[in-house]
Design a protein around this ligand. Structure first.
Ligand code: PLP
Length: 402
């Protein structure tokens, strides 16, 4: 489709103007990207920051190869989970001393939900879970319920605030829905849960690095998230756990491994929990992945999350406009909310016919997103390295494929 001014040409020219005016554009150079590919899957596996390979080479060759066991102290390995945790804390609005990095998101969901039930106290025997949650959270919350003698109730995230009652211990909510890209109301839901005397555990996998989260500002109790999406930590990078400072003394981990002991090298048969975020640790940290993540986080040093959010919304607005202008009517329908207040960092298009084949054809033409069964095409817009020209090319290629 091309109108008199050339819809393609008009949108391409607009993309070029938007890219030229983009205050974050210099950050793209910090990533090792193939310029022939439009990578729109950073909401699943973030791109590779250039700083990672040389840092890991040093960690492997010098810290491990030469210093060997001395590196636990001399290279700061032992304290890395909290040090890197503070770097993530800045990105999710947590003051230092509340985030620890380690384990997977799934494991941290388990720790957070069980600890929240223990904190909620007697008479509170209900766990609420976001009905459209990423499945791991649902599976783990159900297991946590069985272990703690709670019942579990699945409730759509927007209804959680009204659903919490005097028996609710905790609600586990995804900040951004992985399938639709819908952003849930973290401040309002957290406040309503607190009003009912319950705790809020937020899963930040799809919001950290895409928008400001404000954990401290909104009084979130506990939060978890992965680091391999917008934070670019690499495949299988360790996850993180946030425990609000005034809850830390009452945080009773269901996985009290020796690394969370107050004196791990005392090797005491009796367990005494560490103070602070280290209480959320389990076993020996995964140092290679953790330090790859540490290097990956360098790209965020001078980045404001407000600027990231502004670009993210501009990118997704522009992509939606390109799709509306270029793709034949009726072939796809956005399931991502149009309202900025309800939109995360991705656009999900329902494609009733042949969604898997469409995504495969896009990939063959150098546009990489992903497909979620049965009929959702997901396009993630990581603001540090996605361009408006890439968004335009993705929509144009989608139109060609369809
Ligand atoms: C919202 C959400 N929670 C949890 C997970 C799974 O995390 P992990 O594999 O680190 O346990 C994912 C993975 O994509 C996710 O999107």
């Amino acid at each position: 489709m091309s109108d008199a001014h050339g819809t393609h040409e008009g949108l391409a020219a607009e993309a070029a103007r938007l890219d030229a005016a983009d205050g974050l554009r210099a950050h793209r150079a910090a990533f090792d990207l193939d310029d022939g590919v439009v990578y729109l899957d950073g909401n699943s596996l973030g791109a590779l920051p250039r700083a990672v390979a040389p840092r890991l080479a040093d960690v492997v060759n010098r810290q491990w190869g030469r210093l060997l066991i001395r590196s636990w102290e001399e290279s700061g390995w032992w304290t890395a989970p909290e040090r890197v945790g503070d770097r993530i804390g800045r990105l999710v609005g947590a003051a230092p001393g509340q985030v620890v990095v380690g384990d997977s998101t799934s494991v941290n969901v388990f720790k957070a939900v069980v600890a929240a039930v223990r904190m909620a106290g007697d008479g509170r025997d209900e766990i609420l879970v976001d009905a459209a949650t990423f499945p791991t959270d649902g599976y783990i919350a159900a297991s946590a319920a069985r272990l703690t003698g709670c019942r579990i109730r699945a409730v759509p995230a927007p209804d959680l605030a009204a659903a919490a009652g005097p028996r609710t211990a905790v609600a586990l909510v995804n900040h951004v829905d992985y399938r639709t890209g819908r952003l849930h109301d973290l401040p309002g839901t957290t406040a309503a849960l607190h009003g009912a005397g319950a705790l809020a555990v937020w899963d930040l996998c799809h919001s950290a690095g895409a928008l400001p989260v404000g954990l401290d500002e909104h009084g979130v109790d506990l939060a978890v998230g992965c680091t391999y999406k917008y934070l670019n930590g690499g495949p299988g990078a360790p996850a993180y756990l946030y425990v609000r400072r005034d809850h830390q003394d009452r945080f009773d981990s269901p996985l009290p491994g020796w690394n969370s002991h107050a004196d791990p090298f005392g090797l005491d048969p009796a367990y005494t929990p560490a103070d602070g975020p280290a209480r959320g640790r389990t076993g020996t940290p995964d140092i290679l992945s953790l330090l790859a993540l540490d290097a990956a986080l360098d790209v965020w040093d001078d980045v404001s999350l407000d600027a990231v959010r502004a670009k993210s919304l501009a990118l997704t607005d522009f992509f939606l406009r390109c799709v509306a202008a270029l793709v034949p009517a009726g072939r796809v329908e956005s399931v991502t909310p149009a309202a900025h207040a309800e939109r995360g960092g991705q656009v999900s298009l329902r494609c009733p016919t042949g969604a898997a084949a469409v995504m495969a054809a896009l990939a063959e033409r150098g546009v990489v997103g992903d497909h979620r069964r049965p009929d959702v095409l997901r396009f993630g817009f990581a603001p540090l390295y996605t361009t408006f020209a890439g968004a335009e090319r993705a929509a144009r290629t989608l139109a060609e494929v369809l």
